[in-house]
Ligand binder design. Structure first.
Ligand SMILES: *[C@@H]1O[C@H](CO)[C@@H](O)[C@H](O)[C@H]1NC(C)=O
Ligand SMILES: *[C@@H]1O[C@H](CO)[C@@H](O)[C@H](O)[C@H]1NC(C)=O
Ligand SMILES: *[C@@H]1O[C@H](CO)[C@@H](O)[C@H](O)[C@H]1NC(C)=O
Ligand SMILES: *[C@@H]1O[C@H](CO)[C@@H](O)[C@H](O)[C@H]1NC(C)=O
Ligand SMILES: *[C@@H]1O[C@H](CO)[C@@H](O)[C@H](O)[C@H]1NC(C)=O
Ligand SMILES: *[C@@H]1O[C@H](CO)[C@@H](O)[C@H](O)[C@H]1NC(C)=O
Length: 581
């Protein structure tokens, strides 16, 4: 992934779109701060650092790269600036773990050193070839003009349990852009999958003018690659595609699958990271192996209005198949939401979110995401509440655990759907964020808003509410809005601070009159999973009062319909023993 300036005045249609989006309050591509990218952190500030999320001891991180499980070890590589807390000087940092919780930092695995990557080693993926041979494909930057090529790297010693050292053979680059391809938008190769013709395939992100494209390349030997005439997928008006991910999900949902499983009782997922809005969008569909094309299912919305893995700070994600537990695991990067100069002062920026398992929703219309089960080993003290009624305006404090570093699971129930507010037909069915910014937790409603107040100060000068609000549309169908609202998260309100009312709709049947929510709270991050992982939202927040022991956790209801906390379990979260990043 790369960082460019967004030239708003350029006359291309994409950039007009880009400026439109900006007007809606969502920022496009990041800026490059050459003056700041090599300022080494003198003092790393602890305030707002996370307790159980993956985070190096200092400096900037972005995309997760090449995640894999190999010989009993999980590997996580990630884009890292060894010299400063803003983007730049990017290498592949490398950490290993046996349980996805305790991580050990190794030396960077891939860093600029050869003509084919001397200006940068950008994102890519790992594939484990037959004979148990891991290989990494990554994007190399070869000149000051950001020209991108695809390279490979292999372990120096495949018997080394941690695969410390990686070699970049001299026959790199493997793939260069032909004259039909935009060589500065040509990056992020996926994990390869094997076709029935015995050829490996990868896809990578690109653009053709304003059309987002996922280019397809084939190879018999993993060394000589040929571009297919037609891309795997493309969509007009979406601008540059970054970090595509393409993989099967099981329809039964019991056992997930290696990326090379291309037929059977499966659907395919195509995820793209849209540079202009910086969200990860996906569709479900079919992989036509004859035409080598991905076709989204009928009714799937592709592009800006499509489903997102997460409706908050979550970008450039990548999944991998974990054969030890037959599951697919998703890693996603959460950037900071504070001004860039604050990152330089803190000495760090960026975290990896808790890895999530992904499975197909039984309705076959979306995915379900859930924190990996290993996270539960960090749970410490538990408190619980059952059958607690909350009338309009009531809130109850969840006491007895440190609220700044916790895991909370709650199920709300209600007696009737009668009081759901009408969904105004003029509202945009795809703009949950706008609706949430108008109907925040303090705007009283009928059925909702109800939910949790996370990272709250005692007098509520600061809080990050995560909540539901239920509407009824003209066809009498219920529309469930889920919000994670950072707008009151911090008394600080500096220029450049990003405090969105992040939100998504939840496609859930509420005829059982229940809604569940899980939130992972960790000092400056709140990662929430609505309705068992149907809708996920991550907020990055920087409270000034609600920090450490002064952070509180409440459940609240601000709707006229009484809501009952059917059950609530909250745990303090321990720090992993080994977090030597
Ligand atoms: C983080 O991402 C959001 C959009 O996802 C963007 O608006 C914000 O500017 C980014 N923050 C930083 C510090 O890059
Ligand atoms: C970079 O682009 C400029 C302008 O198109 C061109 O003059 C220059 O030769 C390019 N440099 C390299 C190293 O490709
Ligand atoms: C490779 O790693 C194994 C296991 O650590 C070690 O025994 C062996 O000596 C290594 N080989 C080389 C050539 O370094
Ligand atoms: C090629 O990609 C770069 C980077 O996204 C972009 O600035 C440029 O406009 C693109 N050129 C064309 C013809 O699409
Ligand atoms: C790969 O391509 C190169 C250059 O075209 C050729 O010399 C080589 O024999 C090819 N290798 C294989 C294994 O096909
Ligand atoms: C509930 O609504 C009241 C009235 O608007 C407001 O003062 C209060 O802050 C709201 N509670 C929450 C948690 O937002």
């Amino acid at each position: 992934m790369g960082f460019k300036k967004c030239h708003l005045l350029a006359a291309l249609p994409f950039f007009l779109l880009c400026s439109l989006i900006l007007n809606n309050g969502v920022e496009a591509s990041h800026h490059v701060h050459e003056d700041l990218q090599s300022i080494s952190a003198e003092n790393v500030k602890d305030l707002h650092r996370t307790g159980y999320h993956f985070q190096p001891t200092k400096h900037w991180i972005n995309d997760p790269n090449g995640p894999m499980y190999f010989n009993g070890v999980y590997h996580l590589f990630y884009q890292y600036n060894p010299k400063g807390a803003v983007w730049g000087n990017i290498v592949w940092a490398h950490s290993v773990s046996k349980d996805l919780i305790n991580w050990e930092r190794l030396e960077p695995a891939i860093f600029p050193s050869k003509s084919f990557d001397q200006y940068g080693c950008w994102s890519g993926s790992a594939t484990i070839l037959p004979g148990n041979k891991p290989v990494i494909l990554y994007s190399g930057i070869i000149d000051k003009n950001n020209t991108q090529v695809q390279n490979y790297a292999v372990p120096e010693n495949v018997s080394d349990p941690y695969l410390h050292k990686w070699i970049k053979p001299d026959n790199n680059p493997l793939i260069v852009a032909d004259k039909h391809v935009n060589k500065t938008a040509f990056r992020d190769p996926t994990t390869a999958w094997l076709g029935k013709d015995g050829q490996w395939r990868i896809t990578l992100g690109s653009r053709k003018n304003d059309k987002g494209v996922s280019l397809l390349y084939k190879s018999k030997n993993f060394i000589n690659w040929t571009k297919s005439k037609k891309p795997l997928h493309s969509l007009a008006g979406t601008g540059n595609w970054e970090c595509p991910d393409f993989f099967p999900v099981s329809i039964q949902g019991t056992k997930e699958l290696d990326t090379s499983v291309i037929e059977g009782d499966i659907k395919h997922v195509m995820k793209i990271s849209l540079d202009a809005t910086r969200y990860d969008y996906y569709t479900l569909g079919t992989y036509d192996t004859k035409k080598d094309k991905y076709i989204p299912d009928k009714g799937m919305v592709d592009g800006w209005n499509g489903l997102r893995y997460d409706y908050g700070n979550f970008y450039a994600s990548k999944s991998f198949f974990d054969p030890s537990k037959n599951r697919r695991i998703l890693w996603g990067w959460a950037n900071e939401s504070d001004p860039v100069h604050d990152d330089v002062k803190k000495g760090w920026a960026g975290i990896q979110l808790i890895p999530r398992t992904i499975v197909l929703d039984p309705n076959h219309k979306q995915l379900l995401q859930w924190p990996v089960e290993e996270l539960e080993t960090l749970r410490g003290k538990k408190v619980e509440l059952i059958n607690k009624k909350l009338d309009k305006g009531e809130r109850v404090e969840i006491e007895g655990i440190p609220a700044a570093q916790a895991d909370v699971e709650v199920t709300f129930s209600f007696n009737s759907l009668e009081k759901a507010e009408p969904f105004d037909p003029s509202w945009d069915r795809y703009d949950a964020q706008k609706l949430c910014s108008q109907k925040g937790s303090s705007v009283q409603g009928g059925l909702g808003p109800f939910g949790l107040l996370t990272l709250a100060s005692e007098k509520l000068e600061e809080y990050t509410p995560v909540f539901f609000r239920i509407f009824k549309d003209q066809e009498q169908k219920h529309v469930v809005l889920m919000c994670s609202d950072a707008s009151r998260s911090s008394l600080e309100d500096k220029k450049g601070m990003y405090k969105p009312s992040s939100a998504g709709f939840v496609d859930v049947d509420i005829n059982d009159k229940k809604l569940s929510l899980r939130s992972l709270i960790d000092h400056s991050v709140v990662e929430s999973f609505g309705a068992k992982g149907k809708t996920c939202i991550t907020s990055r927040v920087y409270p000034t009062i609600a920090t450490y022991d002064n952070a509180h956790l409440y459940a609240f209801n601000n709707g006229t319909e009484t809501v009952e906390i059917e059950s609530l379990n909250a745990w303090s979260m321990n720090k992993p023993q080994l977090m030597n990043h």
